[in-house]
Design a protein around this ligand. Structure first.
Ligand SMILES: [Zn+2]
Length: 298
C-alpha cells in the first residue's frame, strides 16, 4: 500500500541521514567545521536573460487498490486524487539578480555596518554562466521537487529583472508564512582548484537572531548532508558567520546553500549538467525533508 511504502522510504531516508543530520546529536554538539573561504559576495550580485519555464512534475498516480485491499473484498470506491500537501511552506531565494544595487543597507537590525543591497555574483569561469542565472535555474527545479513532495513554495524571484535587497528578501520570506528560508548561491574563489559544497548559518553568538541559531544550524546541517550524500562533492562544512544581511534580517530558520565553485572549471561545467543539477536538487530536498522529520518527529 502507498502508506506502507512511504513509511519504508522515510525510514530508509531517516536511517541514511540520521547519523549525520543532527538526528542523534544535541544541536550544540554538532561538529565544528572550519570556516571555508567564501566569495565576499554570498550577498552580492548582478545579472541577464530570462529564466527557463518550470517543468511540470508528475505526481505518482496511485489511486488503485492493492492486492491486500482486494483480499478484503473492498467494494470499488473512488479515492480522491492525492494532493499529498503537508501544509509546510518553504521560501526559496535564488541569489542575486540581473543588475546589482549598490545602495548600502544595514547588515542586521541595529547594526552600524552596511553592505550593498544586492551586489554582483560570480560567473562560471568555463561556462560563462552568471551566478544569478544558475541560482534561479536550480531554485526553480527545487521548487518543483518540493511541490512534488507536498510542500508549498514561496519564491523570492522567478525572473532576473527584479530589484530586491537582501534584507527585503528576508522580510518577504517571513511574510510568506514560510517555515524556513533557503537561500541559493554558488561560490567563487581566487584559487581555481577550490571546489565543493558548503552551507552558511549564523554563529552561536549572533547579536541579530540568537533565537534562530540552533534551528538555522540544524537546517544548514541537514541540507549540507543531503547534498553531500547525493552528489559525492567535497564537503566544505558549515560556515558560521554573522556578516550575511539576508540571514541577519531573517525571522525564520535560514541557511545559505553554496552549490559549488563556479571559479573551478571542472565544477563549473559539472554544475551545468542536468544529471548533477538533479543530484543537487534531490539532496537539498532530502535535507529539508529530514529537517522537518527531526523537528516534528516524536
Ligand atoms: Zn552568491
Amino acid at each position: 500500500m502507498k502508506h506502507k511504502s512511504i513509511v519504508i522510504i522515510m525510514l530508509v531516508i531517516l536511517i541514511t541521514i540520521t547519523t549525520a543530520c543532527a538526528g542523534n546529536k544535541p544541536l550544540n554538539e554538532l561538529p565544528v567545521i572550519d570556516e571555508p573561504k567564501h566569495e565576499q559576495s554570498a550577498e552580492s550580485s548582478e545579472s541577464q536573460e530570462s529564466p527557463e519555464l518550470p517543468h511540470e512534475q508528475e505526481h505518482d498516480d496511485e489511486n488503485k487498490l492493492t492486492d491486500a485491499d482486494n483480499d478484503e473484498a473492498v467494494p470499488e470506491i473512488l479515492l480522491p486524487p492525492e494532493t499529498d500537501s503537508n501544509g509546510i511552506i518553504i521560501a526559496i531565494d535564488p541569489g542575486h539578480q540581473r543588475n546589482g544595487n549598490y545602495t548600502q543597507e544595514r547588515i542586521g537590525p541595529g547594526a552600524s555596518h552596511t553592505k550593498p543591497m544586492v551586489s554582483s555574483g560570480t560567473t562560471g569561469v568555463a561556462t560563462k554562466i552568471p551566478e544569478y542565472e544558475f541560482t534561479l535555474e536550480i531554485s526553480l527545479q527545487l521548487r518543483d521537487e518540493l511541490i512534488s513532495r507536498g510542500y508549498e513554495v514561496f519564491m523570492i524571484r522567478e525572473t532576473h529583472d527584479v530589484d530586491i535587497s537582501n534584507s527585503t528578501r528576508a522580510e518577504m520570506a517571513a511574510e510568506s508564512g514560510a517555515s524556513v528560508f533557503i537561500r541559493i548561491h554558488a561560490n567563487g574563489s581566487n584559487d581555481s582548484s577550490v571546489n565543493g559544497i558548503l552551507t552558511i548559518s549564523p554563529t552561536s553568538h549572533t547579536p541579530f537572531i540568537p533565537a534562530l541559531y540552533s534551528r538555522s544550524r540544524a537546517l544548514s546541517q541537514c541540507v549540507l548532508d543531503g547534498m553531500i550524500e547525493t552528489t559525492g562533492a567535497k564537503n566544505r562544512g558549515i560556515w558560521e558567520t554573522d556578516t550575511m544581511t539576508g540571514i541577519n534580517w531573517s525571522k525564520i530558520p535560514v541557511t545559505i546553500v553554496e552549490l559549488g565553485f563556479m571559479t573551478n572549471p571542472d565544477e563549473d561545467r559539472l554544475m551545468q549538467t542536468p544529471e548533477y543539477q538533479q543530484k543537487l536538487v534531490e539532496g537539498m530536498a532530502n535535507g529539508i525533508d529530514f529537517f522537518f522529520i527531526f523537528e516534528f518527529g516524536d
